[in-house]
Design a binder for this molecule. Structure first.
Ligand code: UD1
Ligand code: UDP
Length: 352
């Protein structure tokens, strides 16, 4: 069969690494990169390091408002779908690229496969929540990573095409964890020892676009007295500069890094403090306590089992948890067995 895969943002490249490799053992895959992320360290580095097949098309959409990005993607995707006539279009997660990929396909009656379906924050102000709800409602195969995701879909009246395959990000961690060890020279470069630093990321729109939230988070990190490594997303960099916020010397701010470097830094950290979806899960896979600087999370299982705490952006709450949070239970296999890609292939094959 011919499957078109849509990617555009950093976490989608990482998710595609195990899935594309597996799909290509039996099917023809065409990768379309929307160009939503385009800096070398937000895009090319992942294709190179993770040996993801080169995109067949790059739409070069770049940055812009939600409507502009999504609209431009729709127009170009429709043209390619009409030319390529795929049997399926496969989309990941909840970005503008996800929604555009699914909507363009749905209008042409091409079946949509949604990987990471069924997640909800129940906060419709989030662009991601809008993207995931809309995408789920026009998808034919809803491949969910967790049991809770099934409940979310059935509560919205979606009952057909749902399969729990586990989390493809767990596949990716298992695939690359060993070779990520080769990047440990970065610890020396950053002058930190294994087990002695906190790894942090911040990029959510609701956190960066509000000066009070961003200031609170940075003040908490500044005042923690901990050694902190912060690979900074370009969105956050732009806002921090715009607001004139400053970091203390205990925080090492670096440019975005490749996935292997990131896995290595996660594995050697003592704790992870983040607002990222993917990084919350990786904290769990790596057995690290996670503090989530958001008002809610889609990854509720990590909280329920005591390895993640959702603290919002209150400075004192962040500081208190950096000092005192400790996981309270033994980890469970809540994200499957690391074979999500093979399960996805099997399910697609049933539709032959
Ligand atoms: C997007 C996703 C978000 C996901 C994140 C992963 C949407 C609505 N949001 O957020 O769900 O968690 O990707 O990282 O799709 N920029 C650059 N260079 C780049 C890419 C972005 O400088 O290569 C800057 C631009 O100023 C841009 C801003 O970052 O305006 C935001 O980029 P955008 O793709 O709109 O959203 P993200 O915040 O990256
Ligand atoms: N990541 C990376 N380099 C970085 C920051 C993050 O490789 O400098 C990886 C991280 O390990 C995870 C993914 O990017 O696999 C998460 O993406 P991001 O936080 O941008 O988006 P989200 O998961 O919140 O949508």
């Amino acid at each position: 069969m011919k499957i078109i895969t849509i990617v555009g943002a950093r976490p989608q490249f990482i998710k595609a690494a195990p899935v594309s490799k597996t799909l290509r053992t039996e099917h023809e895959e065409i990768i379309i990169h929307t160009g939503q992320h385009y800096d070398a360290n937000m895009s090319d580095i992942f294709f190179n390091e993770l040996k993801i097949p080169r995109p067949d098309y790059n739409l070069e959409i770049g940055s812009g408002s939600h409507g502009m990005m999504t609209g431009r993607m729709l127009e170009k995707l429709e043209e390619i779908y009409l030319k390529e006539k795929p049997d399926f279009v496969l989309v990941y997660g909840d970005t503008n690229s996800t929604l555009a990929g699914a909507l363009a396909a749905s209008k042409l009656l091409i079946p949509v496969i949604h990987i990471e379906a069924g997640l909800r924050s129940f906060n419709k102000a989030m662009p991601e929540e809008q993207n995931r709800i809309l995408t789920d409602h026009i998808s034919d195969l809803l491949l969910v990573p967790t049991e809770d995701a099934i409940k979310n879909l059935t509560n919205e009246g979606i009952k057909k095409g749902i399969h729990n395959v586990g989390d493809v990000m767990y596949d990716a961690v298992l695939m690359f964890k060993e070779i990520a060890k080769s990047k440990s020279g970065l610890l020396k470069e950053l002058d930190v020892n294994s087990g002695e630093y906190i790894l942090t990321t911040i990029h959510r729109a609701e956190n960066t676009n509000d000066i009070n939230r961003l200031r609170n988070m940075i003040e908490a990190l500044n005042e923690s007295g901990e050694k902190i490594i912060l690979p900074l997303h370009p969105r956050t960099k732009k806002f921090i500069e715009g607001y004139g916020l400053n970091f203390n010397e205990n925080i090492k701010v670096i440019d975005p890094i490749g996935y292997l470097e990131m896995l290595m830094l996660e594995e050697n950290s003592k704790m992870i403090v983040t607002d990222s979806g993917g990084v919350q899960k990786e904290a769990y896979f790596m057995g690290k306590p996670c503090i989530t600087m958001r008002d809610e999370t889609e990854w509720v299982e990590t909280v329920a089992c005591g390895w993640n705490v959702v603290v919002g952006t209150d400075k004192n709450k962040i500081l208190d948890n950096i000092r005192n949070f400790k996981p309270t239970s033994i980890q469970q296999a809540i994200f499957g067995d690391g074979n999500a890609a093979q399960k996805i292939l099997n399910i697609i094959n049933e539709r032959r």
